[in-house]
Write a protein that binds this ligand. Structure first.
Ligand SMILES: NC(=O)c1ccc[n+]([C@@H]2O[C@H](COP(=O)([O-])OP(=O)(O)OC[C@H]3O[C@@H](n4cnc5c(N)ncnc54)[C@H](OP(=O)(O)O)[C@@H]3O)[C@@H](O)[C@H]2O)c1
Length: 341
């Protein structure tokens, strides 16, 4: 049995989901893969706690259900920031699922750097470290012999990154179109069905699918972050996140959807990448697409992508994901792929 000493950054929806899946599948992971994920460190916004014998999955889940904070754990380590947790615990895997901070990048960015400098493997659900420092973090993982996985950052359980990087080897992307944010797709659906944007946002928050600040979903920036990560992971795109013009769905009204419908179209928040004169041109904006097209039929809690490459022609795939379980499962998928490599 190989013990994987693991540190969890963030104990919110995604990482409590990770613990729940690990708990439910502990025996299978042990029997089929001879692995045991031992949680030796945890951090939330109140601080860090260390337990070299391993926290009990169930106790941590129940602890967070009661809305308790890490500083209330007996193994709480006062005075140590999340960014510094790697200096206080022996581990080999860091799972970073803290709330993304687009102003400073931290704690996600700094703790990811620190873990990679120690040669650990890092699995990200938080997109922000990649948006700030995609190239630098990959360089660190090569330099120090760790690894960096991030399929959970894009479309939850839909394996966009893994399919592109693993299954479309040697292919060159010609163009890409996607609905990358289920919350906005659900909001558009609800407006079309006579509901309000505010009620739809509340429902997305209740399900744990919306970003901590749902304006990142609505204004298109979450979609732009995902498009950026996809392009950096699979193409020669060398631009910055600020090179992507972004328009969200904040101004889409029921009348716009009605007018589109009369033409056999529907409105979707589309992430687009096309080559223009050998240069990548990226955008995020609400667009009319044919109602019976592939993306036109991605409704509500569905996300979808369609792309063309030189070797594999056209590929389209979509998922239905009304809660964050798929994202938590994607984190574990990445962790297992990493330790089994
Ligand atoms: N939910 C999804 O469907 C989904 C899908 C894909 C990607 N993601 C990404 O995954 C990450 C986590 O999402 P979530 O839904 O789990 O968010 P969440 O429920 O809001 O949880 C965020 C966690 O981050 C913790 N945190 C905040 N500041 C911290 C700090 N300085 N140090 C350590 N922890 C800190 C919070 O602590 P407290 O518990 O003390 O508040 C909380 O436990 C986000 O970056 C999000 O964008 C989420």
């Amino acid at each position: 049995m190989k013990q994987i000493k693991t540190v969890l950054i963030g104990l919110g929806t995604v990482n409590v989901g990770v613990l729940t899946i690990l708990k439910a599948n502990k025996e299978r992971i042990a029997i089929d893969y001879a692995l045991d994920f031992v949680i030796v460190g945890v951090a939330d916004s109140s601080g860090i706690a260390i337990n070299s014998n391993g926290f009990d999955y169930h106790e941590l889940i129940e602890f967070k259900k009661l809305k308790k904070r890490v500083l209330e754990l007996p193994s709480y380590l006062p005075g140590v920031s999340t960014e510094d947790i790697t200096n206080h615990v022996e581990a080999e895997l860091l799972i970073e699922s803290s709330a993304g901070n687009l102003k400073t990048g931290n704690p996600g960015l700094q703790v990811t750097r620190q873990a990679l400098r120690k040669g650990w493997s890092v699995v990200l659900a938080n997109k922000v470290p990649l948006v700030f420092a995609f190239d630098e973090l990959h360089q660190l993982s090569r330099e120090y012999g760790g690894s960096l996985s991030f399929s959970a950052t894009v479309c939850g359980g839909l394996p966009v990154i893994n399919v592109l990087q693993r299954d479309l080897k040697l292919a060159r992307l010609k163009n890409f179109k996607g609905i990358l944010n289920a919350t906005t797709n659900y909001i558009l659906n609800e407006i079309d069905n006579g509901g309000t944007r505010e009620d739809a946002i509340r429902e997305a928050q209740r399900l744990g699918a919306a970003e901590a600040d749902p304006s990142y979903d609505v204004n298109g920036h979450d979609t732009a972050n995902k498009l950026f990560i996809i392009m950096k992971a699979f193409t020669d795109f060398s631009g910055l996140i600020s090179d992507i013009p972004v328009t969200g769905i904040q101004h889409i009204e029921v009348n716009d959807i009605k007018i589109a419908k009369q033409k056999g179209m529907t409105i979707k928040l589309i992430a687009l990448a096309e080559k223009d004169n050998h240069q990548w041109k990226l955008s995020v904006k609400p667009m009319e697409v044919k109602k019976n097209s592939f993306l036109g039929t991605c409704n509500g809690w569905e996300m979808g992508i369609e792309l063309q490459t030189d070797l594999y022609e056209s590929i389209a795939m979509k998922n239905y994901e009304a809660d964050p379980v798929g994202t938590s499962a994607a984190v574990i998928r990445d962790a297992m792929l990493m330790v089994c490599r």
